[in-house]
Design a binder for this molecule. Sequence first.
Ligand code: ADP
Ligand code: MG
Ligand code: MG
Length: 369
Amino acid sequence: STNNKYDFSSIAKSFSFGGSFVKSQPYGFGHINDTYEAYFEMQDGKMKRFILQRINNNVFKNPEKLMENIQSVTAFLRKKIIEAGGDPDRETLNLIPAVDGKSFYKSDEDNYWRAYVFIEGAQTYQVVEKPDHFYNAGRAFGKFQKLLSDYPAESLFETIQNFHNTKVRFETFINAVEKDVMNRAKDVRAEIDFALKRYNEAVLLVNMLERGELPLRVTHNDTKFNNVMIDDESGEGICVIDLDTVMPGLSLYDFGDAIRFGTNPAAEDEKDLSKVWMDLALFEQFTKGFLSAAGDSLTKAELLHLPHSAKIMTYECGIRFLTDFLSGDTYFKIHREGHNLDRARTQFKLVADMEQKFEQMQKIINGGI
Ligand code: ADP
Ligand code: MG
Ligand code: MG
């Protein structure tokens, strides 16, 4: 998307920025929304920038409900941070309301905009550059869980239904195997068997949730390292951003998914599987950070199942890639033949490696509690 595609001065006027619009330009490395920094001359004559985002309405079909989630969760966080004596303008996202009081501005049928206070003096990083950054990311997501531990999670809108329902994911997978529309199942028998063998463990967390053995939580659902703002001076993970996928779920989804993609030194589509493994040192960094901040807000059952969650989230991702390979690559974009199969194989390699390292994960967790 180019910068002159939208009429920014009119969009800017639709929010209560409290200054006059100067200019805007694309900002950051997000892959989902269109993010801009917008500069304003404020009443005191000083320049100030804000974040202006066009919500991706291909991915998010109900932007108004999504914004209700963000509005409500950020207001809750703000209150908690003030109570704890923190800095509410840096430790949570803060929406700038539209002039009509809404949390978004709809410029036309297809374009929903939102604005945030710009968090200055901090950055997001695409890759972990220092090990303690990963510790600090763990802390940030742990703190996010803790601050929201008494938020009524069931009141949130389920932005993407059954996002981590491994039972439903598994059924979809079995369907794809049975239909076998591309006649590819014969080539991936080993991968299919790998998935089938692990069914019982794959649905463990969903079953526990259904039985009330794990609490429903506010879940971030995109716990990537580049969704944490790292403070320029302290290196601390000061704020968790990118709240589009906040919805009811399990704290274990957030932990497990962070481990899935954060601890594998290779790319998600690496063909040389000898390069794909879980780095226990990184696991330890994230886990210690996460537990140091979330620790006492998590139940015994949650703590006990942290290693399972890493495995289950990785397994889930693997069967999603394999499902898409079997169905003719209709969901994930592919850039080469067998791309989704390569992706499924990295995830299953990672699952196998996690099984090897299961006791070591448990030891690290026990040391961090
Ligand atoms: P996406 O869903 O596309 O990943 P994000 O909400 O993560 O979008 O935003 C993209 C990038 O914009 C972030 O990685 C971050 O660098 C920057 N960003 C987002 N919100 C803020 C903010 N409030 N202050 C400063 N930078 C921000
Ligand atoms: Mg992001
Ligand atoms: Mg996002």
